[in-house]
Design a protein around this ligand. Structure first.
Ligand code: FES
Length: 99
């Protein structure tokens, strides 16, 4: 008989800041912009809704859930930029940002 599981498994996500040499472990489904703010990493933001492009950061590794790319030009998208206000952490992932 299998043991009874009373709570769902919570698999965290690691968000690493490559140039700062730091990383944090966070829950899945968190907005990257909020992860950065809570970690004390300086990042500008204005609309917080995916249209201004202010919160953009280059993604070096990992595959966050992308909710919008409207605030990015095509060349920025192709060069790996994401909008941190529109990207969420994924269980078990290591997301590396160029910060
Ligand atoms: S703050 Fe405007 S796109 Fe993220």
């Amino acid at each position: 008989m299998w043991p009874r599981v009373s709570e769902p498994l919570k698999i965290p996500c690691v968000v690493a800041f490559a140039r700062l040499g730091r990383e944090v472990e966070v829950a899945a489904g968190e907005l990257l912009l909020e992860v950065l703010e809570q970690a004390g990493v300086a990042i500008a933001s204005l609309c917080r809704g995916g249209s201004c492009g202010t919160c953009r950061v280059r993604l070096l590794a990992g595959a966050p859930v992308i909710e919008s790319r409207h605030g990015l030009r095509q060349d920025q998208r192709e060069d790996g930029w994401i909008l941190t206000c529109c990207a969420r952490t994924v269980p078990g992932q290591r997301i590396v940002l160029d910060l």
